[in-house]
Design a protein around this ligand. Sequence first.
Ligand SMILES: Cc1cc2nc3c(=O)[nH]c(=O)nc-3n(C[C@H](O)[C@H](O)[C@H](O)COP(=O)(O)O)c2cc1C
Length: 478
Amino acid sequence: MASLTVRKLDEAIKAYLRLRSAQNGRSVEEEVRVILREYVQGRPEPLSTLPAEMSAEPAWPENISTAEPRVTLIIGGGIAAYKSLDLIRRLKERHIRVRCVLTHAAQHFVTPLAASALSGERVHTDLFDPHSEFDAGHIRLARDCDLIVVAPATADLMSKMAQGAADDLASAVLLAATRPILLAPAMNPAMWSNAATRRNVAELERDGVALVGPNAGEMAEAGEAGTGRMAEPLEIVAAAERFLRPKKPGLLSGKRILITAGPTHEPIDPVRYIANRSSGKQGFAIAAAARAAGAEVVLVAGPVELDAPKGVSVVHVESARDMLRAVEAALPVDIAIFAAAVADWRVMSQGEQKLKKTDAAMPPLQLVENPDILATISHRAEGRPSLVIGFAAETEHLIDNAKSKLRRKGCDWIVANDVSPATGVMGGDRNTVHLLRRDGDTIGLDSWPVMTKEQVAVALVAEIARGVSERAESEPTT
Ligand SMILES: Cc1cc2nc3c(=O)[nH]c(=O)nc-3n(C[C@H](O)[C@H](O)[C@H](O)COP(=O)(O)O)c2cc1C
């Protein structure tokens, strides 16, 4: 095994190691071991932490890293401090680095050792700590992070913050903070509703401090209930993530999308119907992907056994004619995707009672054509969605049939898939699709490899987003 002589490393690296080990309260050798361990575990310190010269750089980089953001967690002296240990774990699970400050009172409830073992960082407790204060460590704790979380935020800590006190490490860090502050108050309901606390909370909110909780419920003190319970760790994590990883607008934000899915049922009599084998999985997957991309989605579904994707409103219908009505009611939309397998025909006259078997001839089922939803919407003179996409489910001559469908129906794109029984597409989880795009008289063809229906949905949504932005760019500006 090779050995490493720290003395022989170059000056910039030695300076970095000296600084980092002093900040973390470790020997230089131990610090090297930690760095190597982190590297092997796949989470090395970002290279940007290496100082260009021998200047005293903070151990955590200045730039906010959305991949691994950093939280300074101040733990106050309340019973709920035990939950803050779980909070550390939950933050770390989400690749958020945590550096803890414990107030003097907090150490009656949890130990610095537990907090440092869970956070993997040195814990800070003392304003006048020579190990940290050789370069004003409390200022670093306040600034060298992306967010300061105080959990539990005691009545006392909030009072000190409102007053601008700085007589211990926690209050000094909070006063020196230039990063957002999130408080998770926790206290007895009488303390929370006390006029002094109300004034302090109002003052802090005016100062731009954010709060999560407190919640109502049972208190640690026997027989006490009311508002004052600290928010649960996962609620605090969610509130922190709103600061650390603000949601970027999705690819389809601001777009309203209509999607049809599933089969239709065409009644023969009150108990019998004509149906097909469509499961609706592809249309539901597209609805979920479009919603995830930020679109407002209306999903018109024939009879299927699928749960509504999160955030998607589903209009349930039975027959082709119901589906057309629901589609027209959902207009106007920016984009319409017709993935439903709509029956081409229905029974001309539906029996009012159940048809009975008789000795006479079998009942004749005369069929009439159903409305063509894709063609109807594609040919609308007014309120036509700017992008209309149909599906072609074929069992032979897939591309030729899809091309002629694209021309005949007047839609913009067709997603063609082979639904012959051997492919297992109808009702299955995978699909092999070809995307045909009309551009004037020419038709472009993209053939995609076999994918899960979710993957097809995500890829289609990405193509739609690209198509929408290309159209927007080519539109003349007024
Ligand atoms: C058993 C016990 C439980 C306490 N729980 C709370 C609490 O939940 N919330 C609170 O604001 N104070 C609570 N206190 C009072 C604080 O510990 C006290 O105000 C302390 O000075 C707070 O210090 P700190 O704000 O520096 O952490 C509790 C005290 C004791 C002895």
